[in-house]
Design a protein. Structure first.
Lengths: 227, 237
């Protein structure tokens, strides 16, 4: 069946469609819409997830109260969360971003909690004796120790988030890569599907190599710097 | 009185779940500018005492009186520097109010000038401990706490750091409480030596060292050592 160009078009026809979509501006509008949703829901999930995970890693009571919810959320299918969000909050941007964030949240919580549990108690004691203010402790003692965990959460998170954003767009938005893919599905147009999917994968690859990796190298430079 | 420690009792749970008394009726005081050394055998509760004074252990009966808003500088047995910050950064984070000139003077006094930009992993234990000492002094502490400052250093290095510490304590007049198992170290560094009894620890004897440290002759040190040994021998009977 792959010999049929309708099922697997060559690079030429795909590039042609891509060019067409770019010329009309459609490609950029939809890529930008998806990218903005990825950024918003990723930021929301990571900041909330890190804070909750830190709290659960540090306080046994918080862990006890929140852990069952975490397990529920971890095992709730993405589709259920998305459909419920659209039914309860309407087909809105907030519902879309919230639903994606809610799918990424438990993963971020789990990783941040592991990081918080592994915090070095001897540095805590040092901070206590020297009466370091809370801001200094978070910035100079807690955050550097959590950095590798947060980097791992970022890496797995970005890829997860963009996949779910596409589903959210397919189900209830009128723009974005997911919306266009839905259109391509209805037309059985694999060229259009690839014309939108490939640039987005390229963008995410760029984010990984140009933003995530350099950032990771920067925060862990003290490890490799040793004599 | 700058420091007034009066511990009625301090218990801890041993591995078999039974409550054990670590400290009992322990009283010690230091005047401003005095250097005190707590001497006792390993495992007698010296570090427990220091942790109580530092405010790290509040589960005890009794009181620790320190000046209001008093600043504590502490040098732990392991240096406890932030591995992701260089030496200068470590000092600056603990003592943000210290000026660049003050930090440089401290690095100079501790022989760390060439190491300001080094990360803790690049330092030997001796250097890392000096960096921890610089950090503790940078906050201009009202009370300096030293937990076995010379332990696990080789003999020559220990002697060098001991003389450096003695000079710094003399020059800065910082009130200091040192915990050590080494009598010679205590005599070299302190004005007052508190000899602890075996568990449950209390202060069994206090030795005042009248002679200024720098002018102490080997004979005077020897006499002090004999006096301290006699006090310890009584405890063993």
């Amino acid at each position: 069946m792959f010999s049929d160009p309708r099922h697997l078009p060559g690079p030429g026809p795909v590039a042609l469609i891509m060019l067409e979509e770019a010329r009309s501006g459609e490609l950029f509008v939809n890529l930008a819409a998806t990218l903005a949703r990825v950024a918003a829901s990723f930021t929301l999930a990571m900041s909330l997830g890190s804070a909750l995970g830190y709290l659960m890693g540090r306080s046994r009571l918080a862990d006890k109260i929140l852990d069952p919810w975490l397990v529920v959320l971890l095992n709730l299918p993405a589709l259920v969360v998305i459909v419920l969000a659209y039914i309860w909050a309407g087909l809105t941007e907030a519902a879309a971003i919230g639903a994606v964030a809610l799918n990424k949240l438990p993963g971020a919580v789990v990783v941040a909690r592991e990081g918080a549990r592994a915090l070095d108690p001897t540095l805590d004691e040092m901070a206590l004796v020297f009466r370091l203010p809370l801001k200094t402790r978070l910035r100079h003692i807690v955050l550097p120790q959590l950095a590798p965990y947060l980097a791992a959460a970022t890496r797995s998170g970005l890829s997860l988030v963009w996949k779910i954003v596409l589903i959210v767009e397919l189900l209830g938005r009128s723009n974005g890569v997911g919306f266009k893919i839905n259109l391509a599905f209805q037309l059985f147009d694999v060229r259009l599907l690839l014309a939108y999917a490939l640039p987005f994968v390229a963008i995410m690859l760029g984010v990984e190599t140009l933003v995530v990796q350099p950032l990771e190298r920067h925060v862990s430079r003290w490890r490799s710097d040793a004599a | 009185m700058l420091l007034d420690v009066a511990i009625a009792s301090k218990d801890y749970l041993s591995a078999n779940g039974r409550s054990q008394r670590a400290l009992s009726d322990l009283r010690l005081t230091l005047k401003r500018g005095e250097a005190g050394a707590v001497v006792g055998p390993s495992g007698c509760g010296k570090t427990t005492l220091l942790r109580i004074v530092a405010g790290l252990d509040r589960d005890f009966a009794g009181s620790v009186a320190l000046p209001d808003h008093g600043r504590l500088g502490m040098v732990f047995q392991e240096p406890r520097l932030l591995p992701w910050r260089n030496v200068a950064g470590n000092i600056h984070i603990a003592a943000p109010q210290a000026s660049r000139a003050e930090i440089e003077a401290l690095l100079e006094a501790l022989g760390l000038v060439g190491h300001a930009a080094h990360f803790p992993r690049q330092l030997s234990l001796g250097l890392a401990r000096r960096a921890a000492l610089a950090r503790a002094l940078a906050i201009k502490p009202d009370l300096l706490l030293l937990d076995e400052p010379l332990v696990s250093l080789d003999a020559a290095l220990a002697l060098e750091l001991r003389d450096l510490l003695a000079r710094l304590i003399d020059e800065t007049h910082v009130t200091t409480l040192i915990v050590t198992h080494d009598l010679a170290e205590a005599i070299a560094l302190a004005d007052k030596i508190f000899i602890l009894s075996p568990r449950p620890a209390r202060v069994a004897a206090v030795l005042d060292i009248a002679t200024p440290r720098r002018r102490m002759t080997p004979e005077a040190a020897e006499a002090l050592t004999q006096e301290a040994r006699a006090a310890i021998a009584v405890l063993r009977e």
